[in-house]
Design a protein. Structure first.
Ligand code: SF4
Length: 363
């Protein structure tokens, strides 16, 4: 059967990008992909194998489940174990191990844990169960916070008093600054997260290029997007430039999404947050503003503060900071597999360890 014109065009484009990469990558160049979805796309499309050896792609802290601190996991497990509470969560969280248990174990023990696909589902659960408290586990970066903010505004407007959110949300720019200042990290450039920048725009990450001379390209999620972004980064190096550019122009704009930014600003405020394996980063989390305190699960249930505890032997922290490849963790593929994950980087579908286990086995 003759090859379709569209797939011929795509092959032609990919060949062109790879040829230009080959020409421009005459000396070593290390690129960190910040976003977990990029990590999966790179692994799934075997892009590392296609690139010249001078190009090194390393994964960063862009999987929201993976960077959720153990103290936050223990906090939501405590909440889920309370009587009369329905815990609404995205499916990725269900097997993430806390210090002693996970949501799956709690559910087997009788806790009411429901997997939802949107905050609208969680709100609907609250409407349908007026005699119960519905607590939504808010985990994610700037991509997910607008819909969570809208759910809180809706709950307030409609007077849905039995809905609340446990906010463990994080924002990307502060962790980028931390990476830029990490003397042990050797990175020349960044593939910046397309969906996050579709919300916040490029202004909040311009400092990476201006202050630290680290170029970045806001990138989409197909193999071609990633190859084109690598070409754009290599062109910057060849021309001695350091800028934040946008490859993902079909979705992301320099100014971001003003409507989404406004709704987040109305509901959330910056707070210090602890990142798994990385530690406390100032103003890198989002707390719920006082005006929405009645829908803040932390206030509503007076949740205790738990201690951060790393899983012994798990090197998620080093993986998230780009210091090692997942395959360099001694437990990778042995004690730690997607069926029996030891750390969160192996649990989440966007986790580097899970992506490597599924698609790659080399470092
Ligand atoms: Fe942690 Fe498992 Fe990844 Fe090792 S392979 S860093 S134990 S999640």
């Amino acid at each position: 059967m003759p090859m379709k014109k569209e797939s011929k065009d795509l092959r032609y484009l990919a060949k062109g990008y790879l040829a230009e990469i080959q020409t421009l990558a005459q000396s070593p160049f290390t690129i960190m992909e910040v976003c977990g979805t990029h990590t999966v796309a790179i692994a799934k499309n075997a892009l590392r194998e296609l690139l010249p050896t001078s190009i090194r792609l390393i994964s960063g802290p862009g999987c929201p489940v993976c960077v959720t601190d153990s103290s936050d996991i223990d906090r939501y497990l405590y909440l889920a174990a309370q009587p009369n509470v329905i815990t609404a969560t995205f499916g990725d969280m269900i097997r993430v191990p806390g210090t002693e248990k996970n949501l799956q174990v709690l559910r087997a023990e009788g806790a009411d844990v429901r997997i939802v696909y949107s905050t609208q589902d969680a709100l609907e659960l609250a409407r349908q169960n007026p005699d119960k408290e519905v607590a939504f586990l808010g985990i994610g970066f700037e991509t997910t916070t607008p819909t969570v903010a809208v759910s809180l505004e809706t709950a307030k407007q409609e007077g849905i008093a039995n809905y609340s959110v446990l906010s463990m949300h994080k924002v990307v720019p502060p962790v980028l600054r931390l990476l830029a200042e990490d003397e042990e990290l050797v990175v020349d450039a960044f593939l910046d997260p397309g969906h996050v920048c579709a919300i916040i725009g490029t202004e909040p990450i311009e400092f990476m290029a201006k202050d630290y001379g680290l170029p970045g390209v806001v990138t989409g999620f197909s193999a071609l997007d990633i190859l084109e972004a690598i070409v754009m980064l290599l062109r910057q190096r060849a021309e001695g430039r350091s800028k934040i550019e946008i490859q993902y122009k079909r979705v992301a704009r320099a100014e971001g999404n003003p409507h989404a930014k406004r709704v987040v600003e109305r509901v959330f405020e910056p707070v210090d947050a602890s990142w798994r394996g990385i530690g406390m980063i100032r103003q890198s989390g989002l707390g719920i503003r006082e005006e929405y305190g009645a829908w803040d699960a932390t206030r509503k249930f007076a949740l205790p503060v738990f201690r951060s505890a790393e899983t012994p032997g798990c090197r998620c922290g080093d993986v998230l900071k780009g210091r090692i490849y997942p395959t360099q963790c001694p437990m990778f593929g042995k004690r730690c597999t997607p069926m029996k994950p030891v750390g969160p980087c192996m649990v989440s579908s966007e986790g580097s360890c899970a992506a490597y286990h599924r698609y790659v086995q080399r470092s």
